[in-house]
Ligand binder design. Structure first.
Ligand SMILES: Nc1ncnc2c1ncn2[C@@H]1O[C@H](COP(=O)(O)OP(=O)(O)O)[C@@H](O)[C@H]1O
Ligand SMILES: [Mg+2]
Length: 355
């Protein structure tokens, strides 16, 4: 933004200091002048003889003028130095903002000294830089991972097509079958990416939704899959009214229930429960399965993070399921908690504001 150039803060502070000093000095000297006028007799006897009042007053006036001049110089010089010292942290903060504006987010102000307004500003700025840097790094990781994941099915398709082209005796039926599977996976991935960016934009209208109905719907849709994998699904709980996008919240419950079924063991169990608390509604999805460490569980919501690759189930997802759950939860001002169960499997809790 273009603004008219003004006096620097240092100069303004200096002038204020000097101005104050001058006013205080002038008042004091004025008081001295006034009392002298009132109490000085017409003639005063000093060591050298008798002096008339007018001469004494003239001396006093010139001494006072000298004192005022000294105060002016002292105020300006002292004010300049003091203001410089006061404003020094501001220069550091300004330098840091300039650096950040050029894209260098790794720089920190790290203002030394006691806690004051400047320190608070600098610490706040450092905190903001830290979050920004982490966010940018996360976005870069995401872009790199997404490109990699998108390239994989394309590379596999190319290899399949190349084989079919160079080897006429190849079983085309099998090639088509595999191409179809690879293609479906690429579409699933792209759709998951689209859903993620839509949820991130928060561009949905909020409607009244009953979370327990969505949980039941998700469980019902996924029942055939559960039966195929030998997993039992149990749903229970209260009516849980909340506000949000039914489509996104159905996606959230579906992802959680699907994960609970797929990342389970044969003969395992899934429990889906909805509860109402005073200010929140809670969805809990618990499942049996492998034992997981808290450290591993803490990373599972990162995009493209797969805990234990269970390729044998044939349901290797694209690795965006939990990332999407997290984004949808946050878009609805809710919280997502994942805790490993001591006996194996995990317990996922989604808490959303109640209506
Ligand atoms: N309910 C669950 N029980 C055990 N592990 C799970 C569960 N949900 C997710 N995981 C682990 O977290 C990883 C990431 O899950 P997700 O983001 O849905 O990706 P995907 O299911 O596509 O692999 C999974 O690969 C799995 O290892
Ligand atoms: Mg999944």
């Amino acid at each position: 933004m273009d603004r008219a150039p003004g006096l620097s803060a240092r100069l303004r502070l200096t002038l204020s200091y000097a101005g104050f000093l001058m006013v205080a000095g002038a008042l004091l000297l004025g008081a001295v002048w006034f009392f002298t006028l009132r109490h000085l007799p017409e003639y005063t006897t000093v060591s050298g003889g008798v002096l008339p009042r007018s001469i004494l007053l003239r001396d006093l006036a010139s001494a006072e003028a000298g004192a005022l001049l000294f105060l002016l110089v002292f105020g300006l010089a002292g004010g300049w130095i003091l203001a410089g010292r006061m404003l020094a942290p501001l220069t550091r903060i300004t330098d840091a903002t300039r650096l950040a504006a050029t894209g260098s987010l790794s720089h920190r102000i790290r203002l030394p000294g006691r806690h004051d307004e400047f320190r608070e500003l600098a610490d706040g700025f450092d905190g903001m830089l830290e979050r920004l840097e982490a966010h940018v790094a996360e976005q870069r990781r995401f872009a790199a991972n997404a490109s990699h994941e998108l390239r994989t099915p394309l590379a596999i398709s190319k290899a399949l097509i190349d084989v079919a082209r160079t080897d006429p005796g190849h079983d085309t039926g099998e090639v088509f079958e595999r191409l179809h599977a690879v293609n479906t996976r690429a579409i699933d991935l792209t759709e998951a990416l689209l859903a993620l960016s839509r949820a991130e934009q928060r561009s949905f209208t909020r409607e009244r939704v009953d979370l327990s109905l969505l949980a039941e719907e998700a469980a019902e849709t996924l029942l055939p899959l559960a039966e195929r994998l030998g997993v039992t699904v149990e749903t229970c709980g209260d009516i849980t009214p909340t506000a949000g996008s039914p489509t996104l919240l159905l996606q959230l419950t579906t992802n959680l229930v699907q994960n609970a079924i797929v990342h389970n063991r044969p003969g395992g169990r899934v429990r889906v429960e909805t509860r109402v608390r005073p200010a929140t509604v809670v969805l809990v999805v618990e499942n049996t399965g492998e034992r997981l460490t808290p450290r591993l569980v803490a990373t599972l919501t990162e995009p493209f993070r797969r805990g234990t690759e269970r390729i044998n189930t044939g349901h290797a997802g694209v690795g965006l399921g939990l990332a999407l759950v997290k984004t949808i939860t946050h878009a609805h001002d809710g919280t997502l908690t994942l805790t490993p169960r001591p006996a194996g499997g995990i317990r996922v809790t989604v808490a959303l504001p109640a209506t």
